[in-house]
Design a protein. Structure first.
Length: 306
């Protein structure tokens, strides 16, 4: 009997951040994360005594679906995918069940056979996100999902792992993914290391260059480093320091800067503690970094599941 795994969402949308922005993408969001990132959006991310954390205050007794939760203005915008108080809203299933749920979501009137090779000629990407999608239980589930897709001869040619880049990979996972990649398919690592001056997570816990170097070897150098930045001087200094540590470890992914702000108000700088996305973008390109907006926020507003 196959093991069942908890996940918070499966949906079909477009990638809203980084290199593959705008690409049709199927999403599997796992439950659980080893980091909390309560400092996002806070006036002083380095001082927990000043934090506003609405996810801790919300009464979930009468909430039946993840999609009915708000997008948090402060703290991690996807805290519902790891905080224990939301576990009753999570889904659970075997890898085969989860794979079939993904196929149901990519089936549309323009893709009635639910093919990753869309009839339009534009292949659908597969993105594993979280929470943290490279925790050990999630690695096991991913192997099962991709193995099932292969058994049906309907498998994505491109996959992305949206990861905080702190989790060591299991030997079984590395072996499976290496074989999967060798069949002419792409593994893309979208790493989002959590900066102390933005997330409140210490570098000791959140910045592990040798782990991201392992991911880079698995993907053959296909990936990106995507920092969430609040625009403060000390944060830019941390970006440079952390990037240098990754470079010394052999990680040569391009750097993307994404402004803090999971909501429309945060993106425009209307909330206390936020600098506008435009101001951060201008500083980023002057420093030679790529800029990533949260396109899904601009398209659909403060909504979960897009």
């Amino acid at each position: 009997m196959q093991k069942e795994y908890h996940y918070s969402e499966i949906f079909y949308s477009v990638q809203g951040e980084g290199r593959y922005t705008g690409i049709p993408t199927a999403w599997l969001r796992f439950f659980l994360c080893n980091l909390q990132c309560d400092g996002f959006g806070q006036k002083d991310p380095t001082d927990p005594s000043t934090y506003k954390l609405p996810y801790k205050e919300i009464n979930v007794d009468f909430i039946k679906r993840v999609e009915d939760l708000p997008v948090w203005k402060y703290g991690c915008d996807s805290s519902y995918s790891w905080a224990k108080k939301f576990k009753h809203l999570m889904h659970k299933g075997t890898p085969e069940f989860i794979a079939n749920q993904i196929l149901q979501h990519i089936r549309t009137e323009h893709n009635t056979d639910a093919k990753f090779d869309h009839p339009s000629g534009q292949p659908i990407h597969m993105c594993f996100t979280g929470g943290e999608p490279l925790m050990k239980h999630a690695q096991d589930c991913i192997v099962g999902v991709l193995d099932y897709f292969d058994s049906t001869k309907n498998s994505p040619k491109f996959i992305t792992f949206e990861t905080n880049a702190t989790q060591q990979l299991k030997t079984e996972f590395v072996n499976f993914m290496t074989n999967w990649r060798e069949q002419g398919r792409e593994i893309f690592i979208s790493s989002s290391p959590k900066l102390f001056n933005t997330s409140g997570e210490t570098n000791k816990d959140a910045i592990i260059p040798e782990v991201l170097a392992e991911y880079s070897r698995l993907s053959r150098g296909h990936g990106q480093i995507k920092y969430v930045v609040n625009g403060k001087k000390e944060t830019w200094e941390e970006v440079e320091h952390v990037t240098n540590e990754f470079r010394k470890a052999g990680v040569n992914f391009p750097v993307w800067i994404m402004p803090v702000g999971a909501t429309e108000e945060g993106q425009t700088g209307e909330l206390e503690g936020y600098i506008s996305a435009g101001a951060i973008a201008e500083e980023a390109y002057k420093r030679g970094y790529n800029v990533s907006a949260r396109v899904h926020v601009y398209l659909w507003g403060n909504t979960i599941g897009v």
